[in-house]
Design a protein around this ligand. Sequence first.
Ligand SMILES: [Zn+2]
Length: 364
Amino acid sequence: MAASQDASLQAQGRTLLVFDFDWSLAEENSDTWVLQQLGAEEFYKAGRAAGTPWTKLMDQCLQEAASKLGRTRDDVGAALHAMPFDASLASLLRALERRGAGGKDSSGGSSTGSPDVDVIVLSDANTVYIDTILEHHGVAGAVMEVFTNPAEWRDGVLRVAPYHTDTAPHGCHHCPSNLCKGQVLRSFLQRQAAAGRSYARALYVGDGRGDYCPSVLLLHGSGSGGGTPAATATPTAEAAAAAAAVAAAAAETAEAADKPATTAASGGGSGAHAPAPPAPCGGGSNVVFVREEYPDGSPCSLWVMLRTEGGSSARDASGGNGRDGAALQRRRRGVVGWARPEQLAALLRQESLQGNQPVRDEAA
Ligand SMILES: [Zn+2]
């Protein structure tokens, strides 16, 4: 097979498609969904009231659901199978898999040749939830790699651990202590580049505060992901500080449907040796597909945070141009809003299946 020839032909235009999971690829928050289905909301509420960090809270609630309510592995599995997952996004993933996406071998040796789109999932849920749901919908094969908190079954209880351990903190002040998606994305891109697999552009799909860090990394190439905004001294640092303040306000309204901020990561890191971001970070062809609102109409944190960048909202600045103008401005800044999964699927289908065509905005 002329794999190397194929790869060289496509190296110019390979796309990385990154999905957050909850409320981005899946149409629910898997963590809270499972606890609701298990009837374990009381444990969840008590843990939230006590300020328990998210991943520890999930681990604790799952233990209590098993020990106090007798919930089993089958119960958790049934909850995961019942979780809303939009058919149009499942269809998109299958289409990408048919085009070769999903080879588990990150060195490029996928079983179906050299795909022009690689798909990864970057989530603050856990491995068992995501793997189970992707497999249930027949789309696991489209995903090259899932980065999330590790989970495993122990004596009939699902145990969840943080992605980043306390002994190796990520040092990013944007992200919760258990996971810095920016750092994970940066590491992935560096690993891929070292293996001779680089990307011309990245498409990122997200909704929450945890998606801000990788979004900024892709849009501006700095300000997150293990380095520090102060060290890189770009205008992004200032915008990030403003966005952090807005995010706190957004949390008031978006909390119910979003991941909590949990605790801020300890320290800001020295940042003195922050490496240059790997390609395609900061590239003008990257696009962040940001959910604007949840089904109940509450705003998504990432949307509020990115709107703050640049000092004025795209919508406010659209003036008499209305929604068309607003969408165009967002597109120029590499940010495209969406609200419903079928809308996202259409945008991604156009962007990822047809190559470097302009993304049609939602008003078109
Ligand atoms: Zn981060």
